[in-house]
Design a protein around this ligand. Structure first.
Ligand SMILES: NC(=O)c1ccc[n+]([C@@H]2O[C@H](COP(=O)([O-])OP(=O)(O)OC[C@H]3O[C@@H](n4cnc5c(N)ncnc54)[C@H](OP(=O)(O)O)[C@@H]3O)[C@@H](O)[C@H]2O)c1
Length: 301
């Protein structure tokens, strides 16, 4: 039988940070966690949108404990400010849900000089996780969930032009960023195990879900967006693999969770496989070193 949220125990007394929690999968994840009694921190780049999401969650769960805090993953300055503000407010962190993301925007570089998808989807989360890790590893039963995608199969890691400054291909850049998120989840688990930590690093993907993620696709494609929900997943359905990764009692470090029907595009959550490229430990170690250099964040020192 497939996992459902009903099987998860109460999360009362626990705390979760969900990035990009104002809408889409992040919002649905935060809503479900709050409904389970978890204190939820909505880590969002737009204060107005975060407050609206907070109000919407409280309208459904009036006793929920929901906070919102500013976080722009496209800016290392903002990531550092968030981590330091969080550590001032909270002494523990049970669940870090690295959810926020953008897909196929026009080319731009972040203020740190990173290609925008690599910045927001991957390097921002890499830095965030590293900065919060001291708190996470001392919290019993803690987990870090990183969002990848079926698109991790679209590209390799292009070490010779990581930021696509020679010729931008927004599809390849998205694929690279999502492959990086998946390789990060696996490599983090290897490093946690080596350090003797019981914290779990797990990856998840939502299949294809009806959200704002498709806003940069051509208008004609967007006309078919309402069909996404009918044929594939609602945002709530797409959040189930993330919730399974965060709360499932049979989850092990290094697992990858996704929907189980229609080529993983929809369906109930379960454990899924990933590309051979995503399992390349030499590339993962190299990517880790490059990411530490680019962000200036070092893990488990
Ligand atoms: N939907 C799918 O079919 C699908 C498939 C595979 C993987 N995914 C992954 O699922 C995750 C969630 O996507 P979604 O479908 O829920 O998309 P969405 O509805 O567009 O939500 C994305 C969230 O990320 C936030 N965000 C974007 N850039 C950010 C930044 N620089 N700093 C902080 N927050 C930022 C957005 O904030 P704003 O509202 O302020 O823009 C929004 O809250 C992404 O990692 C995506 O790659 C989605």
């Amino acid at each position: 039988m497939s996992w459902t949220l009903k099987q998860a125990p109460t999360q009362s007394g626990r705390i979760a940070v969900v990035t990009g929690a104002n809408i889409g999968l992040g919002y649905e994840t935060a809503l479900a966690l709050a409904g389970k009694g978890c204190t939820v921190v909505l880590a969002c780049r737009n204060a107005g949108k975060a407050e609206a999401a907070q109000a919407a969650i409280l309208a459904q769960h009036p006793k929920a404990r929901v906070e919102s805090m500013a976080l722009d993953l496209g800016s290392l300055r903002s990531v550092r400010a968030f981590a330091s503000a969080y550590k001032k407010r909270h002494a523990t962190l049970d669940l870090l849900i690295n959810n926020a993301g953008i897909m196929m925007p026009p080319f731009s570089l972040s203020e740190d000089g990173f290609e925008s998808q690599l910045a927001a989807n991957y390097l921002g989360h890499f830095a965030l996780t590293g900065l919060l890790l001291p708190l996470i590893v001392k919290t019993p039963e803690s987990r870090i969930v990183s969002l990848s995608s079926l698109a991790h199969k679209w590209s390799g890691i292009r070490f010779d032009d990581l930021h696509f400054t020679r010729r931008y291909d927004k599809r390849l850049a998205y694929g690279q960023s999502k492959l990086a998120c998946l390789m990060f989840a696996y490599e983090l688990q290897r490093r946690l195990t080596q350090a003797g930590s019981r914290t779990l690093s797990v990856a998840a993907h939502p299949g294809v879900s009806s959200t704002n993620l498709f806003q940069h696709l051509p208008k004609v494609v967007q006309l078919f967006a309402p069909l996404t929900e009918l044929i594939f997943q609602s945002a709530s359905g797409g959040a189930q693999p993330t919730l399974y990764a965060a709360l499932g009692d049979d989850i092990q470090g290094g697992d990858y969770c996704g929907p189980q029907a229609m080529g993983e595009m929809r369906g109930a959550p379960g454990k899924v496989g990933s590309s051979r490229r995503s399992r390349d430990e030499a590339v993962a170690a190299k990517l880790w070193g490059v990411s530490e250099e680019l962000t200036g964040v070092r893990f488990l020192d």
